[in-house]
Structure formats: C-alpha cells, structure tokens
Design a protein around this ligand. Structure first.
Ligand code: SAM
Length: 234
C-alpha cells in the first residue's frame, strides 16, 4: 500500500481513502477475472501498483488532465484509462478496444466501482476513427502497448481535436521507432514529437512518453481500413 500512496504523493496526485479502496477493488476484480480470461500477466500487488496504477498515472506529469475529454485506444483491461479515471474523476473518459470480452470486464468494473462519465466502446480504431461521434473530438488521446508509433499514430491522431494531444506510452529504447514515425505523424497532421522520459516513483522503471499536438484536421482518407495501417505503415 505504501508503494501506492507514496507514489501518488511523489506525483503530486491528491487522493482519499475511497480512491485507494477503488484501486484495491479493481485489483481484486482483475485477479479474479484473470483466472478465466487473459487480462494481464501482472498479478503481484506491488507490481500492479507500480506497473499498472502508477505507470498509468505518470501521464499527469505530461499534460493537465483536469476536466479533459480523454479516449484510451486499445485499453485492454483498462490501462491507462481506469487509473486515470479513479484519480481524475472529473475527466470524461472513453475506453476503446476491439476485443469485446475485455470490455465486458471493464463494464463490470465501472458498475462495481460506480465510476461516472466513463464508457466503453467496442470496435477497431480504424473504423471508429471515422465515426462522427469520436473523430476529432478528444482533448487527449492515450494509448499504451498497442502498436508501433507509426501505426499507432494512424489509429490515434484522427480522434484528437485540433490543438489537442496524442500521448503515447513507450519504453526508453524507442529512438528509432520515433524517428521512423516522423513521416506518418506529419501526414496525419501532428506536430513534431516531444519525447519525455520519466521514472515510476521509488523504482528504476523508466517510462517514455511521446506527445504530439494535432495542428490541423487529418485527411479523410485516414485511418485506412482495418489492418492496413499495420500491414503498410505510413
Ligand atoms: N493498453 C492496455 C495495457 O497497456 O495494458 C492493453 C494493451 S494490449 C497489449 C493491446 C490492446 O489493444 C488489446 O486489448 C487489443 O485488443 C487492442 N487493440 C489492438 N489493435 C486495436 C485496434 N486496431 N483497434 C482497437 N483496439 C485494438
């Protein structure tokens, strides 16, 4: 528990007992459901606090999250979206994934924890990026562990509002990946990538964020149809 509360303090995130309780209930639900479906390989509680909760929350050092409309693309078991929602409850959150059974789990978490202003959306980012309800309508688009940056940019940048941000969670050894994505980011109307390295509090685990500002509308041809961004990266 100290790992979590000390980490929150180091990140300047204010919290109360109810939020800590929500994290612990989320952990219990994850471990229980993980017995019958593949949700996470992290089952140790200390690791869960560090690599799922605190890691997800590092993004508050990259951009102000308060009152922002956020989408988490390829949320899986709810990372980073659910931890962000717990500690920044005034955010308006959409959790998107193409695998419905993971979203069924997240819906159970949302109901059980009584989280508000958070919905799950089932589908491929390539298709939902053209949906008027979602296209160019988020202040912040988050994504962790989904695809290579050039592919991910095509999946994510179409969802970002003009002057909003696409923020990708990457590892520190991604210099080449970021360089290779420059063309894709430019085609999709993103700014030059800002790279920010940050450590999970009280650990040696390093996280790299890539932050891209959306400067003008993305051409209507993007994203291309499902599977094409990964097969033929821009
Ligand atoms: N973001 C979570 C995390 O960090 O723990 C989950 C990462 S998991 C490795 C990748 C997730 O992205 C999977 O749940 C997968 O279904 C989803 N995904 C992959 N491609 C996608 C796409 N084109 N559209 C929507 N979801 C996608």
């Amino acid at each position: 528990m100290d790992i979590l509360t000390d980490g929150l303090k180091k990140l300047d995130i204010s919290y109360n007992d109810i939020q800590i309780d929500l994290v612990n209930r989320f952990y219990e639900m994850l471990i229980e459901r993980n017995k019958v479906m593949n949700l996470t390989r992290i089952t140790d509680k200390k690791e869960f606090y560090e690599k799922h909760i605190l890691d997800s929350l590092l993004v508050c050092k990259i951009n102000d999250l308060r009152n922002k409309k956020i989408i988490d693309i390829g949320t899986g078991a709810g990372f980073p979206g659910i931890p962000v929602k717990i500690f920044f409850p005034e955010t308006d959150m959409v959790l998107l994934d193409s695998l419905n059974k993971r979203l069924v789990f997240i819906d159970d978490v949302i109901n059980e924890l009584h989280l508000e202003s958070v919905i799950t959306v089932h589908g491929r980012a390539e298709e939902l990026g053209h949906d008027k309800r979602f296209r160019e309508s988020f202040d912040i688009v988050l994504s962790r562990a989904v695809a290579d940056l050039s592919v991910l940019s095509e999946l994510c940048i179409p969802f970002v509002k003009i002057n909003g941000f696409f923020i990708s969670y990457k590892s520190s050894d991604t210099d080449e990946e970021i360089l290779n994505a420059e063309n894709a980011i430019h085609i999709l109307s993103g700014s030059a990538a800002e790279v920010i390295n940050i450590k999970i509090p009280n650990s040696d685990i390093s996280r790299r964020f890539v932050k891209i500002k959306k400067e003008k509308p993305t051409q209507k041809t993007y994203p291309r149809k499902p599977g094409t961004p990964a097969r033929y990266p821009l």
